[in-house]
Design a protein around this ligand. Sequence first.
Ligand code: NAD
Length: 735
Amino acid sequence: MTYKNFTIETDVDGIALVTWDMPGKSMNVLTVEVMDELDTIIDQTVADSVVKGVVITSGKSSFSGGADLSMIKSMFTLQQEEKAKDPAQAVEKLFALTGQMSGLFRKLETCGKPWVSAINGTCMGGAFELSLSCHGRVASNAKSVKIALPEVKVGIFPGAGGTQRVPRLANTQDALQMMTTGSSLSAARAKAMNLLHQVVAPEDLISAAKQMIKDGLKPVAPWDEKGFKVPGGGIWTPASAQLWPAAPAILRRETAGNYPAALAILKCVYEGLQLPFDTALKVEQRYFTHILQTTEAFSMIRSLFISMQELGKGARRPAGVPKAEFRKIGIVGAGFMGASIGYVTAAAGIPVVLIDRDQEAADRGKTVCESLVSGSVAKGRISKEEGEKLLSLITPTPDYAALADADLVIEAVFEDRDVKKAVTEKVEAVLPEGAIYASNTSTLPITGLAKNSSRPAQFIGIHFFSPVEKMMLTEVILGKDTGDKALAVALDYVAAIRKTPIVVNDTRGFYVNRCVFRYIGEAYDMLIEGVPAAMIENAAKMAGMPVGPLSLNDEVAVDLSYKIFNAAIADLGPQSVDPRHMELVTKLVEDGRLGRKSAKGFYDYPPKPAKKRLWPGLKDLYPQQRPEDVDVKVLKERLLVTIALEAARTVEEGIVTDPREADVGSILGFGFAPYTGGTLSYIDGMGVKTFVALCETLAQRYGDHYRPTPLLLDMAAKDESFYGRFDPFGKKAAA
Ligand code: NAD
């Protein structure tokens, strides 16, 4: 029998080697077709008397990324359609669907012949759940082997037996930690947790897996043996009595109750460990069906998986422009940003010329790259040789003539219009005709900067976020005259350095910083109202933000806010800045409280190991409200709503044209409460009508900046959503 996604070779010992290798895909994923084929393979190998046992491995460099989440997305669509017809039946159908993968793995586990999973590379999610249902698990000790059940990161959980098999192998605390964080394990760690039987050299992987079968591996899972005991003795033990009362509290501390899937993992494990295995699987299936119906799961899968992938693959790239090949990229300004941009570019294998005002300044940029490389080598992310190769690609020089054969130049000099103008002219004097010029400005509109260019169609913004080597987002900004080729080249470059782009039109602050400054501005308002600073910071975290607004302001520098205010006043007039905000920021700057860089800002930063703490003097700036008089729920709402409203304004102004970009940009750019799926999904998730009502209530108490915009009012009247009205999947935008 032949299969599309698998090959089977049975050796003289009667061991069938099933190799999973999906045609035309760089990674194996679990699709309906793959599950059907696997089902048939189980039947075929059981029926074939020659076959004594099965080893399953992958023909690709990784084992598998897990379930194809597009399959889950189509389940959402189906569910919505069915729900409109008959809600009760829709849930029943969903329940049946969610049980398919779990049922298939249970069939494998109880098929009567031994199966061994030979894990040759990354093995994630459903693929690890498949491996867990095999009777033996052997992994290669290659560094590339990463094992994880990361479902919680996209709002769901390991619902194909994962929540039942992991805590029947590993101790409960490790099992909960692994599944509620979704973090990756090395093969050695997975073995130490008892999730693998063996870890061997890559070249010995298949023989070791086969040897397990030859050594008489029993085709019975431990939990199907009589007298099986859960590691540590199960729920009713003194150790569990310590663990379980604390577990929900710890989870709440980490997630503030924002992630229903994480809580469902706790419930599955707690309830499941008290039940026979097949009943436990049913319990898991019920919780999974419930979680799939949550707004969080829907929005997170859409933004954090589907949209992110689509944007990464160049959803916004103009068709018809040939793919750019980068023979050399120039970076002008080898400072804080330029040096790291040079590093990520060289890490993508592209030769870089790093230019600064003199050789010494350019060399300083390369020194930054050297320390980034030694950090990566020390952490084992790259080998010493790879590090040396990367550094050999970076040439520091003050000589602009080195740009004569560059395909793209990224400017990262001081944020000063005159300096940028001089650099644009110098670069364009040597740059080849077809090459593209990009500015990494964070505040200056691209259209204005392009006026200094003799070829504005080839001028574009590529806005990086700091730290460049860690932040996954880049904001690509189109000036008024930016042409298709510049956009295509910018997106090809972003793809080459493996970051996710969003493409926005030109405006002061672009998209991400406009939202970020709303967040910080709302915290200024709260401080001025006398809300205790600790409540502001904690409310932000409870709302799902990774960093409180005052802490964030310290990171980006308080004097940067001061400079931005002054620039806005100079360009747009004094009414463009709230005088109370100006007064607050001026006070801090005059006191030398510039943020983390000066060891004091909204926080004090005592020498390590002491931790940062809020500056006690904040209490004296404004008359303080009593904590019990402040409604934390309202603080949380204000912080999220003000950002989401700003995102809606950028859509209304035509800055952001695709809701996917607003959502992905907000999560990757500043960590906007990921469980919401991003700024616009937050609005769509509660419904535009509800959002508008919330804005109106907040506007009455906290000011006109909460007034819903005409677009929102129109959408509320027509009962529309952002993803409906600005449908990114083909239909024309209606605004
Ligand atoms: P920086 O001061 O660390 O670096 C600027 C570099 O430009 C310095 O090395 C300087 O010597 C060099 N330079 C100045 N004039 C030059 C000239 N005429 N020719 C060649 N080199 C020259 O500043 P930075 O923080 O790296 O910011 C650079 C740009 O990136 C700015 O436009 C800034 O707005 C933008 N940006 C900064 C951040 C951030 O977090 N710092 C984030 C995004 C974008």
